[in-house]
Design a binder for this molecule. Structure first.
Ligand SMILES: Nc1ncnc2c1ncn2[C@@H]1O[C@H](COP(=O)(O)OP(=O)(O)OP(=O)(O)O)[C@@H](O)[C@H]1O
Ligand SMILES: O=P(O)(O)OC[C@@]1(O)O[C@H](CO)[C@@H](O)[C@@H]1O
Length: 303
């Protein structure tokens, strides 16, 4: 079983305003409410590609009910820990550019934490766990590390997509995959990277710190893959950006799709790029048909 973990799920409130004017009453052109949070987005992508996964994490209140119900409606399994506070609402404002306001998230109580760890302890040796996104403010910064320590006791493989110290402190537990974007890579090492060569150098530093496979996503510039055997660049596919929210999570989902189908890491990286692109060019997570269309356009350049 694949478990996707979203500690801080959200309702993503996507609102498009054509001639946005700061400080005035603007009327929206369209709006949409979707279940969000990085682990949930990975599950939605996997679901589109016909792969089952189970969502864990914390949900609460009317917002939590919406998140859970929406996932159930599309056939995604959930086993969330129920909390007293409301899950957050994240605003994705689309004007000429995309602006996001991600809320800090609800308070998690000690008994809710215990319930969650009970679920982590039930995960089996041959399961795969995806850990994605921010941690609600009330949880300690080492929360991911505490999860990973439990997983490590049974040698359970995990993928982690988070930022800063939360990521750095779990690298020694050898994540199967990490997926920083360019900005996150720069922040990790407190540097500015200006070329593919530099991205590969810092990607390799993440391998030295323990990651087994690294994808660095570069938005409209494509993506880089490194592991100890190879470095590959995938230029971006040309097209119209519709919605970048979830593009990175779709890459993670696409890579898992390849691995679950016992494809090589190069092939899995191709599915990752196709999935990220399909989502970037769609209103929500890319459909299977569109991902397949994008897949036929992916080129890989060995570096
Ligand atoms: N404008 C674009 N044109 C072509 N491909 C894109 C574009 N935006 C994203 N992609 C594809 O999707 C991948 C993931 O996008 P991106 O680097 O924006 O992820 P991210 O920063 O993790 O996004 P998010 O956190 O919003 O999910 C890119 O590596 C690229 O392959
Ligand atoms: O605040 P976090 O947890 O870092 O990111 C949350 C989020 O921006 O990530 C997803 C897209 O990747 C969205 O569905 C969600 O709103």
């Amino acid at each position: 079983m694949i478990y996707t973990t979203t500690l801080n799920p959200s309702i993503d409130y996507i609102v498009k305003v054509l001639n946005f004017k700061e400080g005035e009453t603007n009327r929206s052109h369209y709006e949409m409410k979707i279940p969000g949070g990085k682990g949930i987005m990975v599950s939605k992508l996997l679901n589109n590609l016909g792969i089952n996964s189970h969502n864990i994490g914390f949900v609460g209140g009317f917002t939590g009910d919406f998140i859970e119900k929406s996932l159930k409606e599309i056939g995604i399994g959930t086993d969330f820990t129920k909390i007293k506070d409301d899950s957050r609402i994240n605003v994705k404002l689309k004007t000429k550019i995309e602006t996001e306001i991600n809320a800090k998230g609800p308070k998690i109580r000690p008994e809710e934490e215990n319930d969650f760890f009970g679920k982590i302890k039930n995960i089996k040796e041959d399961d795969l766990v995806v850990l994605s996104g921010s941690i609600p403010n009330s949880l300690s910064n080492d929360f991911y590390e505490r999860i990973v320590v439990e997983l490590n006791k049974k040698n359970i493989q995990f993928i982690i997509d988070t930022t800063g110290k939360k990521l750095l402190r779990v690298l020694k537990y050898k994540p199967f995959l990490i997926k920083p974007n360019k900005k996150e890579l720069e922040d990790l090492f407190d540097v500015e990277v200006n070329s593919l060569e530099e991205i590969i150098i810092y990607g390799k530093k993440l391998l030295d710190l323990g990651a087994k496979n690294v994808i660095v996503s570069l938005g409209a510039q494509g993506a880089v893959f490194v592991n100890k055997f190879m470095s590959i660049y995938a230029p971006a596919i040309k097209g119209k950006l519709v919605n970048s929210v979830g593009a990175g999570d779709s890459m993670v989902g696409g890579f898992i799709f390849g691995i679950e189908n016992e494809l090589s890491v190069e092939e899995s990286f191709k599915w990752a790029v196709a999935s990220g692109t399909a989502t970037a060019f769609s209103e929500d997570i890319g459909s299977r048909k569109f991902i397949e269309e994008m897949y036929s356009k992916v080129t890989l350049i060995k570096k």
